[in-house]
Design a protein around this ligand. Structure first.
Ligand SMILES: *[C@@H]1O[C@H](CO)[C@@H](O)[C@H](O)[C@H]1NC(C)=O
Ligand SMILES: *[C@@H]1O[C@H](CO)[C@@H](O)[C@H](O)[C@H]1NC(C)=O
Ligand SMILES: *[C@@H]1O[C@H](CO)[C@@H](O)[C@H](O)[C@H]1NC(C)=O
Ligand SMILES: *[C@@H]1O[C@H](CO)[C@@H](O)[C@H](O)[C@H]1NC(C)=O
Ligand SMILES: *[C@@H]1O[C@H](CO)[C@@H](O)[C@H](O)[C@H]1NC(C)=O
Ligand SMILES: *[C@@H]1O[C@H](CO)[C@@H](O)[C@H](O)[C@H]1NC(C)=O
Ligand SMILES: *[C@@H]1O[C@H](CO)[C@@H](O)[C@H](O)[C@H]1NC(C)=O
Ligand SMILES: *[C@@H]1O[C@H](CO)[C@@H](O)[C@H](O)[C@H]1NC(C)=O
Ligand SMILES: *[C@@H]1O[C@H](CO)[C@@H](O)[C@H](O)[C@H]1NC(C)=O
Length: 621
């Protein structure tokens, strides 16, 4: 699930407009020289480095000048201590890499985190003939995703639907899967404020610091007969298992051995018919630079692209050695028993969350996917987060992974519960947009949506929304054919939790939607726009005898529901067979959770309170 950096948890980023040539949040100006045609003086370079040291030491200092360079910083005075100018190194490094050494004589960096930096060089820093005291200029070696943009191009609305129903179907994913993953993930607990006091097995832990014992306690519950029968077998570890600044002799990513022993955890899980999932982000700890990639004589550092994105050193995917590195890493993890790799911070799309992400690092997904294929093992690839889903990128992800995140983190950051209803509304609307865009591809869907962790196991006190809303969440994650990876404390699963997750009707619905994901089909119009009172349909199945319908009242829009209306209290929501796109009449509607049923020849009305929904199994006859 989740998008935690090596150190922090989602920060809100201030958005302010910037003008200029756009390279991420670096804006190069005065493109004076053809990259490669001139050389940059070491003296100017060294003056810049000593100014960086001076400015970094004291956030109140504004100016620093060398003989032929000028620099300025404007710190974030609202922050405390070194946080005031925490972006100084990365900003000037990026301006040097992307502007000065590629022919632009000045650059600015801002406004994320309210910090602003500026750099100017005189023409005397450049010369047309190189010498031992110069470095060559060259085209920018990497590009940064704009941290100040919400990437509106990436998230178009689907065209309005209606008309005859086009049943949506899935086909095998790239690595050969025909359903989404079911299981549990650590991040729900990790993201809680005070998780340590709320989840007994998480006592003494927080954020990235969680233990193998915690994982074993939670995944031990998955091994019980109920979860097992319902196919919940994936034990998935989010960020924190890995070693952040140590690698093995071949520069491979390894586990933190003060808290984990993967060669024991993998087999321990497999002995109980459970599976192991591990989280990672593109790149490698920079400490790997001088190690030799397994089976080659290539050093890891020689295939970096120069972008240390504030998480890991990034690769130049065009270089020989990069694929071999990925192959060696996936082989190592496979030897521990890894069954799923969760690859976070993929762009375009992933919000930056403090990092300097490349404009597009989809090559990391390609490299992991190829490495997985080479192992010959059934390993899932789950990519994240809020991936770009326009006409350019959706087809790319469709061919590269088993599941893709459709929204930002679902966690109720800063609170002592897992979920806020406003965020559930947002997650559901993101699925609506996503599936509408998939439908426009006019072909079977070969990737499952990842709506992030599912919070359906625990009572309201922990989950944060009441039982009607919890059931509505379950209904939508089922209908979407989304990953059913729980974020809850499994040791506190209540009766409703077991029913929603492990009852035979739940499993039957999950299996159906894995083949026929639901699409919006609104009451009356049959269109696919966001509405507070919404209907969805999955199927009918190929034999025409079965379908599922979901009818919901999302309650007043709490800000990100996409529908913007505020109907309060119980509402009558009426669907017609024709409106749903069902051509023939005479269906039996059975409420999946209560089991009662009604014969419907024309209309069906549900009376739903705020946040309530009905999941209906339709059978012919
Ligand atoms: C899939 O992986 C991403 C990246 O780690 C993670 O954020 C997401 O929660 C995962 N999905 C589930 C359902 O665990
Ligand atoms: C930081 O710089 C400001 C402005 O130049 C100055 O007034 C202040 O004394 C400096 N602080 C330290 C600790 O040097
Ligand atoms: C600044 O540029 C002048 C030429 O205009 C040059 O002679 C001098 O060495 C440069 N000084 C530094 C510190 O770069
Ligand atoms: C999709 O978004 C990317 C990233 O913003 C952009 O480069 C590309 O042009 C967009 N494609 C379409 C079809 O809008
Ligand atoms: C977390 O626990 C601490 C100590 O028990 C308490 O002071 C703090 O208010 C709690 N945080 C929240 C968000 O309730
Ligand atoms: C491993 O985790 C411990 C905390 O349990 C931390 O102090 C240490 O720095 C971590 N080591 C690495 C290499 O990440
Ligand atoms: C790699 O080796 C070089 C040259 O010995 C050294 O300067 C550098 O610090 C080393 N880097 C790492 C990450 O060990
Ligand atoms: C099940 O019973 C409830 C309460 O009588 C009713 O409101 C609902 O419409 C029924 N559902 C179906 C599918 O018949
Ligand atoms: C859940 O909360 C909504 C909104 O407050 C309310 O309308 C609904 O009746 C509640 N459901 C339950 C089961 O408490």
């Amino acid at each position: 699930m989740a998008s935690t950096l090596a150190f922090s948890i989602a920060a809100s980023i201030l958005l302010q407009p910037v003008v200029g040539t756009n390279t991420g949040t670096v804006h190069c100006a005065d493109a004076t020289y053809q990259p490669g045609s001139v050389y940059f003086s070491d003296q100017c370079y060294n003056d810049i480095q000593s100014c960086i040291t001076k400015l970094a030491a004291n956030a109140s200092v504004v100016d620093c000048n060398g003989a032929n360079i000028s620099m300025q910083q404007q710190a974030n005075t609202g922050a405390v201590g070194s946080a005031q100018n925490s972006d100084i190194s990365v900003s000037f490094k990026s301006m040097v890499d992307l502007c000065l050494l590629s022919g632009s004589t000045s650059g600015t960096w801002g406004w994320s985190d309210n910090q602003w930096y500026w750099l100017w060089t005189g023409g005397s820093c450049y010369s047309s003939s190189g010498g031992s005291d110069t470095m060559p200029t060259r085209p920018a070696p990497y590009c940064l995703q704009d941290r100040d943009s919400s990437l509106p191009d990436c998230y178009p609305q689907p065209s309005p639907g209606g008309g005859p129903l086009k049943v949506l179907k899935t086909a095998k994913t790239t690595n050969g899967f025909t359903s989404s993953a079911r299981g549990w993930n650590t991040y729900g607990a990790q993201a809680l404020t005070n998780g340590s006091t709320l989840i007994p097995s998480f006592a003494g832990q927080s954020g990235l610091y969680y233990t193998q014992k915690f994982v074993e306690t939670q995944c031990g519950v998955l091994a019980n007969s109920k979860f097992k029968a319902a196919g919940f077998d994936m034990c998935s570890l989010d960020s924190g298992w890995q070693s952040f600044d140590e690698v093995d002799n071949n520069g491979r990513i390894i586990y933190n051995d003060t808290r984990f022993d993967m060669p024991k955890l993998g087999p321990w899980l497999h002995n109980q018919d459970l599976k192991l999932g591990l989280y990672i982000t593109p790149g490698v700890p920079c400490q790997a630079a001088n190690k030799t990639i397994l089976g080659t004589d290539i050093t890891v550092g020689s295939v970096f692209n120069g972008n240390f994105d504030q998480i890991l050193c990034q690769f130049d995917y065009s270089k020989d050695g990069v694929q071999q590195w990925h192959d060696s890493v996936v082989d190592l993890w496979a030897s521990w028993g890894v069954d799923m790799i969760k690859l976070d911070y993929i762009t375009p799309g992933s919000p930056q969350n403090g990092a300097m992400l490349g404009c597009q690092n989809s090559d990391a997904v390609v490299a992991y996917q190829k490495a997985i294929a080479k192992t010959g093992k059934d390993i899932r690839l789950n990519i994240s987060w809020k991936l770009c889903r326009n006409e350019t990128w959706l087809p790319v992800w469709n061919g590269l992974a088993e599941s893709m995140r459709t929204d930002q983190d679902i966690n109720n950051y800063g609170h002592e519960t897992f979920l806020a209803w406003s965020v559930a509304q947002r997650a559901i609307d993101n699925y609506r947009q996503y599936i509408g865009l998939q439908a426009q591809q006019n072909k079977p869907i070969t990737i499952y949506p990842d709506m992030d962790n599912l919070f359906a196991a625990n009572a309201e006190r922990l989950t944060g929304v009441n039982d009607s809303m919890r059931t509505t969440v379950m209904n939508h994650w089922l209908g979407a054919g989304a990953n059913l990876i729980l974020g809850n404390d499994l040791t506190q699963t209540d009766d409703l939790g077991y029913k929603l997750l492990t009852s035979s009707q739940s499993t039957a619905a999950a299996n159906f939607f894995a083949k026929y994901p639901m699409q919006p089909r609104n009451p009356r119009t049959g269109n696919n726009l966001a509405q507070q009172l919404q209907a969805w349909i999955g199927g009918p199945s190929d034999n025409g005898k079965e379908a599922y319908v979901l009818i919901a009242n999302y309650g007043p829009d709490q800000g990100s529901g996409g529908f913007g209306t505020h109907l309060y209290g119980r509402q009558a929501v009426t669907v017609s067979l024709a409106g749903l796109g069902l051509s023939c009449s005479g269906w039996k509607f059975t409420d999946v959770w209560s089991g009662n049923s009604t014969h419907v020849n024309n209309y069906y009305t549900a009376y739903l309170t705020e946040g309530e929904s009905q999941l209906l199994h339709l059978t012919k006859g």
